[in-house]
Design a protein around this ligand. Structure first.
Ligand code: HEC
Length: 137
């Protein structure tokens, strides 16, 4: 019995670690939404900065802009603007400094602070497919 555990337990742990590794981005986002920032405040900031003038953003009043891509299912996106892997550090970087990533983008540098970008990112990471595509406030 002791030998059996000695063989199976490490193999099981290695398998769990490998699976967590494969899902890294997803796990990171799911674990960190609450830790990343304040979701309710993020929604207020999205309204205050007028992100909805350029983006359709579910749950945000009057966010129906069509200059930029709709931010539907944002938590499930693999990439940000097709360029950066969709991780919290990359998303907050994009929100603060889109023109460092994409010099010619129409998305302006709005002077968003790191703390504000964390809250905004936390809100965007609540947006999942199960909420439906037509959920526009
Ligand atoms: C003047 C219009 C404009 C405003 C205002 C604006 N954006 Fe954007 N945004 C864009 C455009 C255009 C893109 C596409 C970027 C590209 O591919 O170059 C974009 C891309 C994005 C993306 C990546 C989308 C994707 O499909 O990967 C996110 C996230 C985003 N914006 C969030 C925000 C947030 C949050 C705010 C408010 C703080 C904001 N944007 C304000 C125009 C805007």
């Amino acid at each position: 019995m002791r030998t059996w555990l000695g063989v199976i337990a490490p193999a099981w742990i290695a398998l769990c670690m490998a699976m967590a590794g494969c899902n890294e981005g997803k796990v990171t986002r799911e674990v960190s939404v609450g830790q990343l920032g304040n979701v309710a405040h993020g929604k207020q900031l999205i309204e205050a900065y007028g992100c909805g003038a350029c983006h359709i953003i579910p749950g945000v009043h009057d966010a129906r802009g069509k200059v930029g891509p709709p931010l539907l299912y944002f938590a499930e996106r693999t990439m940000i603007t097709g360029e950066l892997p969709n991780t919290p550090p990359n998303l907050t970087r994009w929100i603060q400094h889109p023109r460092q990533v994409e010099p010619k983008t129409a998305m302006p540098e709005l002077g968003v602070t790191q703390a504000e970008a964390n809250d905004i990112a936390a809100y965007l990471y609540t947006l999942r497919g199960r909420e439906g595509t037509s959920w526009i406030d």
